[in-house]
Design a protein around this ligand. Sequence first.
Ligand SMILES: [Fe+2]
Ligand SMILES: [Fe+2]
Length: 474
Amino acid sequence: MESNYQDRIPNNVDLGSNRTLQRALEHWQPEFLNWWHGLGPSDFNAAEVYLRTAISVDTKGWATFDYVKMPEYRWGIFLAEPGPDRRIGFGDNCGQPVWQQVPGEHRSTLRRLIVTQGDTEPASVEQQRLLGHTAPSLYDLRNLFQVNVEEGRHLWAMVYLLHAYFGRDGREEAEELLERHSGDADKPRILSTFNEPINDWLSFYMFTYFTDRDGKFQLKSLAESSFDPLSRTCRFMLTEEAHHMFVGDTGIGRVIKRTIEVMTELGTDDPTAVRKAGAVDLPTVQKYLNFWFSSSLDLFGGDSSSNAASYFANGLKGRPDEERYEDHVATEQSFGLDLPDGKGGVRQEEIPMRNAMNEVVRESYVRDCEKGLVRWNKLLEDAGYPLRMTLPSTRFRRTVGSWANVPTDTTGKPISAEEFAAHESEWLPTEGDRAYVRSLMRGVFERGKMAGWIAPPERGINTKPTDFEYVMLH
Ligand SMILES: [Fe+2]
Ligand SMILES: [Fe+2]
């Protein structure tokens, strides 16, 4: 697989040999750039940003780091190397060769899956477009832009599949990916989490920790797909995605670290005192965490889902790391779901395993989310504070699935709507909390300087020092 980095659109799919496809994508390219200028990062387009750019899929050297002006970023199309004699790994056709073209009977479903994934990529760039102005440091500003340009590349990845394999319908879908906008009243993005505004950096770190991690699990499910070009596209996207979650993980950790420093200086963990000293009090961090975790859980879909069952049966979307499971057909197994009993309690129901695939993936997502909490809680433990960060129950504040609109406390115990309302301000960010967090947001653009509400990172990007000039603003 030759990488061609000289073409107008860098690629490793031999785009030059398919003139029609190349022309169609070159026609979409200026529309993408228009979108970037209109709805990508506000300002900063003239700044030189120290960015990573994917140039091939070679594991030893897939990216270069250099100063780039964002509109000149080389958004390319890169698919992971094809596996030798890859076979379908699950479902009714397990063991048969994978598909290099889209089977007619799965065409509209696959298109929908690709469009839904593709829609989230530019949506997050739109959600984050104003954040640059309030970056806590040049290091963070650079990380924001890195995430943004790579989400742009992920959009390219999905648009390539639509153009290359779905004919005219695919080209129309590619146009519409630039026409829906995050939070737009008439043409919103498809999934509701991607219409939530991200106005502050605490939300940005929560988003990159929890919502980009949902992205990781979606990509892992699609990486199992029998449609090989989709699988290979998603496998390479996962390489970039890891950094996005790193930004969230270390971002939340640095906020907590700074709060601990302030609490120790003050000799108290009183939230009012912590706020007076300009840090984010821990109850507020917990509320943000409750909000973004519950919102991201909804992205996995219903807990009992006939769609999920048919995606699995037909080999369109598998379980992440499908090879770790023993039974790849899953027709004989069942899954015990906890459901609200309608009388304020919980009942169990056994459902066919295939119908529970969303829940299976959601459970592995939750386990993955817990890893960050272990690290953050270690900081609290080492500093001698008894408080611990926790993930709320997966039943808490759901809007999708059996627990949708069933009021529960953060441990998942069903409660009355009145009780929920009485406690909501302890569990979820209030307007006051959000206003406080926003009041901390002021851009810090001096080299090596850091805002007072967040600790500096432990190390820099690509072995550069933490006070490196990650963004040259002049
Ligand atoms: Fe992405
Ligand atoms: Fe991402």
